[in-house]
Design a protein around this ligand. Structure first.
Ligand code: NZQ
Ligand code: ZN
Length: 388
């Protein structure tokens, strides 16, 4: 077991009727608030009006930046930084899904530097400071509400890159499951696939010696498998929305990782697809993950699949290990493509093999992803081909 530091200081207000605490929390950081949001869903669901009311009642000065795209663009980040600098913003309030929160994180960090924010992604520019961030989550998926990372797209270079930075961890996050009642069945499915992937990226590890964390991850995965289809069919089922919401935060807030240092595999491979084809992140992951599992399965790795199959899907433990492993992949396929009703191939998304070579090269940075099993360019290209 490796040593690690556990330190996740995001304050979470979970549940209904917590918004009354917003003004008080924002005030701790100053008086000028930049409210950031996406394409307008927060207005449709009535959340915008409630948030503005709280801000006004607290006597705070409100600035706004809307239109943050799904797969958020670096241009939106630039726009936000300009407002932070010009208006001397004290605190950012991100209201939305992962895209809005991610973009806001880099606005918060960019407010302290003179260079272009894209340097955070390509030139490893340090992130030593950021304005405080408060988030109000409206879609259970990325865990951005409780983690230090974010992913930004640059359409000019066709890159989609992630970056972590401790100062960007939200100081406070509001998680009200009722704000996710309006999330469409498709986005609910994609979000749930994303949560599953965040867990699988850590769970599929050959240096397993944190039994406690394995049990925790299996519980999280069973939660997603149980509640995602319920939330799709009954969007206002509070129990389902609440379980998905809290699972999304705990899947990626650092807790399940323990001391494991292994790189993630499916995420960098997926980000190359969203970068070029602008597809929903969770959909790309659903298509890739079972193929990646199939590709990584061998005599050395099979025991992990057996554990997964028995503990998560309840597959008969007396079957031969390879059979359990293959059945576990089948069960995951069934979850993604039958229960969540997601498309199962790139071909259905009009993605052909023309960019696979370039995408594979970029996904591993022309080296090797040291994940569950090491993957080089040629491995990644084969995984893309399996998705056609
Ligand atoms: O833009 P609006 O109008 O708000 O609509 C959004 C958007 O169209 C809509 N939506 C959000 N909440 C809603 C709602 N519609 C109705 N009712 C609501 N309550 O849903 C659409 C998707 O929103 P988006 O924020 O893009 O989704 P998600 O939360 O899945 O975020 C995806 C982005 O996060 C990145 C992904 O790569 C992708 O760019 N990720 C961030 C991570 C992180 N910060 O740690 C990790 C993840 O692995 C992921 O890479
Ligand atoms: Zn993800």
């Amino acid at each position: 077991m490796n040593s690690f530091v556990y330190d996740i200081p995001t304050k979470v207000y979970f549940g209904e009727n917590q918004l009354g605490n917003l003004g008080k929390e924002l005030k701790k950081f100053g008086s000028k608030v930049l409210l950031t949001y996406g394409g307008g869903s927060i207005k449709k669901i009535g959340l915008y009006d409630k948030v503005v009311k709280e801000i006004k009642e607290a006597g705070l000065e409100l600035f706004e930046l809307s239109g943050i795209e799904p797969n958020p663009r670096i241009d939106s980040v630039r726009e936000g930084i300009a407002i932070c600098k010009k208006e001397k913003i004290d605190v950012l309030l991100a209201v939305g899904g992962g895209s809005t929160i991610d973009a806001t994180k880099f606005m918060a960090a960019g407010a302290f530097v003179e260079h272009d924010p894209w340097d955070f992604f390509v030139n490893d520019a340090p992130i030593t400071q950021a304005l405080p961030i408060v988030s109000i989550l409206t879609l259970s998926a990325t865990g951005s509400e409780m983690d230090t990372g974010g992913v930004i797209s640059n359409p000019e270079t066709q890159d989609k890159l992630g970056r972590q930075g401790r100062p960007m961890l939200p100081a406070v996050s509001f998680l009200d499951p009722t704000t996710t009642y309006t999330v469409s069945p498709y986005q609910t499915a994609c979000g749930s696939s994303d949560i599953m992937s965040h867990i699988l990226e850590v769970y599929f590890n050959l240096n397993q010696d944190l039994y406690m964390l394995d049990c925790f991850m299996e519980g999280l995965m069973k939660t997603v498998i149980k509640y995602a289809p319920i939330a799709m069919k009954n969007p206002t089922n509070y129990e389902a929305r609440a379980n998905l919401m809290w699972a999304s935060s705990w899947a990626i807030n650092g807790f399940i990782r323990g001391g494991k240092q292994q790189a993630w595999s499916c995420h960098p491979i997926e980000h190359e697809i969203s970068a070029i084809y602008d597809i929903t992140h969770g959909l790309g992951l659903a298509i890739l993950t079972p193929r990646w599992m199939e590709y990584c399965l061998n005599e050395k790795t099979v025991s992990k699949y057996v554990q997964f199959g028995i503990n998560v899907f309840g597959i008969n433990s007396t079957l031969p290990p390879m059979e359990i492993a293959k059945e576990s992949i089948e069960r995951l396929n069934d979850f993604f493509f039958n229960q969540l009703e997601l498309k199962s191939t790139f071909t259905e998304l009009n993605i052909d093999d023309s960019n696979f070579e370039l995408m594979a090269k970029k996904a591993c940075d022309e080296g090797v992803i040291e994940g569950f099993i090491p993957l080089n360019e040629s491995d990644i290209k084969k995984i893309y081909e399996m998705c056609l």
